[in-house]
Design a protein around this ligand. Structure first.
Ligand code: IMP
Ligand code: MG
Length: 171
């Protein structure tokens, strides 16, 4: 395991993103975190903003237990609140193929929010197979499998404070 982005760098960047988002949404924003990977990012991002932020969560699965996508997307938990007429910001840990967010944006657009944008901590642009417009990006990273700060490998390592590259598949 090798540290790719340290805790300090993550926290610094999240503060910058929070300040930018706060400026863009002076009347408040409805944050939608994608379970479970985005939970740490969402918690820190929300506290980096001084505007009103409502929190909601949605569950989507597109990955199996390993490092590759199953290519299949399904909603595993829906939102608690309606997004109709709201300024909505989807908060995601990482955009990889784009399949998950491309699908989710279609679903949410049908519910007629006033505005709909995406904040993603990490972006692997080389891997994109479906178009996704990400308005706020923390870091662009190369095509490597990362864990920590919410990101998992087979549900492990989410609680690491740094973002690390998993170089070998653990036994
Ligand atoms: P996409 O649909 O391929 O864009 O995949 C997005 C989802 O795949 C993210 O929400 C993550 O849960 C997962 N994912 C993609 N790349 C990584 C990675 O490097 N580490 C951990 N999870 C990843
Ligand atoms: Mg995820």
């Amino acid at each position: 395991m090798r540290v790719l982005i340290s805790e300090e760098k993550i926290q610094q960047r999240v503060r910058e993103l929070g300040a930018q988002i706060e400026k863009d949404y002076p009347d408040g924003v409805q944050l939608i975190g994608i379970l479970k990977g985005a939970t740490f990012f969402l918690a820190d991002l929300a506290r980096a903003m001084k505007c009103q932020a409502r929190l909601d969560f949605i569950g989507i699965s597109s990955y199996g237990k390993g490092k590759t996508s199953s290519g299949e997307v399904k909603l595993t938990k829906d939102l608690d609140a309606t997004v109709e007429g709201a300024d909505v910001l989807v908060v995601e840990d990482i955009v990889d193929s784009g399949v998950t967010l491309n699908y989710l944006m279609q679903v949410l657009r049908q519910r007629r929010p006033k505005s709909l944008k995406i904040a993603a901590l990490l972006d692997k642009p080389d891997r994109r197979i479906r178009p996704v417009e990400v308005s706020y990006v923390g870091f662009q990273i190369p095509d490597e499998f990362v864990i920590g700060y919410g990101l998992d490998y087979a549900e492990n390592y989410r609680n690491l404070r740094d973002i690390c590259v998993l170089e070998e598949t653990p036994a």
